[in-house]
Design a protein around this ligand. Structure first.
Ligand code: GDP
Length: 350
């Protein structure tokens, strides 16, 4: 008999990818929770909104009565919580909202499961931002939590709430630690999508012989362990279907700088450039463009406005345990990811 899966955050990248994954790889019924607003943005939901095994339900992770009602009514076998305020940069601007949504949000889900459906398997979306100011590389599960942002703190709080509920009430509740994961549905405030969108904009301007504004970036020294979100969904599902509720890291086991991402993204659009200068004066430029003269063109530059009050400078995960113990394997490399994102934005700009 098919089971019932409640997924929150379905208008976002991970929630929508999870629904796609479940509809393609299981025969379960999927209930996808979105927030009711005057203008619900379902642009990430095109692939499943009309699927017979999918049902859109309304609720809000900041409203316990709505979460309680959904769990009571649906009686899910799995509850996957991807509802979150997921942008680290904004967590200094609205720290209370981030703690309410991400940390208390997890607590509301756990309480609903404990009270109304304790046999339900619960997934909480953890983040490499919990590692923060890292002590060593690559980071494994034993790395201490050293968050550097209100967002990081909210995810650490979730991790420990899940642990406490699992141990206190014998729930099958897991908090997977997912390193950066991007893709075609990534929000524009994240650096990867910002780069791919701007590369497409600049490529279009160049091909029409028009002037363009350079891409503006903050800390390009930052190193991240980037994967494709679509690859992570099978890892989350494996974590939920083990015998014991073990927690795992999902990562690419590689690290790359923002600078490298920029370089590769422009290359994918057929534009070669190089980084020159230092600090705030560092620029990424190309001499290959003939726009009525052999001028050097600035493709990207540093803008202080995009620096954070505190940054996580290096993230580099070790996902060996889930690869060895649950046989999880990602299919999309860093190079494929950059290419997919840039090609997708170039196509949208045609
Ligand atoms: P995060 O790892 O979840 O914070 O993902 P982001 O994509 O938001 O940021 C990744 C890294 O890119 C961070 O170290 C940022 O400081 C750095 N970065 C540099 N320039 C930018 C920018 O213009 N926007 C964003 N979002 N991040 C930037």
């Amino acid at each position: 008999m098919s089971k019932k899966v409640l997924v929150t955050g379905i208008t976002g990248q991970d929630g929508s990818n999870m629904v796609d994954y479940l509809l393609e790889n299981t025969d379960h019924l999927v209930y996808g929770m979105a927030r009711r607003s005057s203008n619900v943005n379902l642009s990430n939901c095109d692939t499943f909104i009309d699927n017979d095994r999918f049902q859109l339900v309304y609720g809000d992770i900041t409203d316990s009565s709505s979460i309680n009602n959904l769990v009571q009514e649906i009686q899910p076998d799995y509850f996957i919580n991807f509802a979150a305020n997921s942008f680290v940069g904004c967590s200094w601007e609205m720290p209370e909202h981030v703690m309410d949504t991400n940390a208390l949000g997890t607590l509301r889900c756990l309480e609903a499961v404990r009270r109304f459906q304790p046999k339900c398997r619960f997934y909480s979306a953890g983040s490499s931002e919990e590692m923060g100011d890292v002590d060593y590389s690559p980071q494994d599960k034993a790395h201490p939590p050293k968050p550097r942002s209100p967002y990081g703190v909210s995810k650490v709080a979730s991790r420990f709430l899940v642990k406490v509920y699992r141990e206190s009430y014998d729930l099958f509740a897991v908090h997977g630690i997912l390193f950066n994961h991007e893709g075609l549905r990534r929000g524009e405030e994240f650096v990867t999508r910002k780069i791919s969108k701007n590369v497409a904009r600049i490529k279009k301007a160049i091909s029409k012989n028009e002037k363009f504004e350079p891409l503006q970036l903050g800390n390009v020294n930052s190193l991240r362990d980037w994967s494709d979100s679509e690859d992570f969904m099978s890892g989350v599902w494996l974590m939920l279907n083990q015998e014991e509720p073990n927690e795992y890291i999902l990562s690419s086991n590689e690290t790359h700088s923002i600078r490298e991402f920029v370089d590769l993204a422009f290359k994918c659009a057929g534009i070669n450039g190089k980084w020159v200068g230092e600090g705030m004066d560092e620029i990424f430029l190309t001499q290959e463009i003939d726009m009525g003269g052999a001028e050097t063109r600035v493709l990207a530059q540093i803008n202080k406005a995009f620096y954070r009050p505190a940054d996580v400078n290096l993230l580099y995960g070790d996902s060996t345990p889930i690869r060895e113990e649950l046989n999880w394997k990602p299919a999309i490399s860093f190079e494929n990811l950059v290419e997919r994102m840039v090609k997708n934005d170039l196509k949208q700009n045609e």
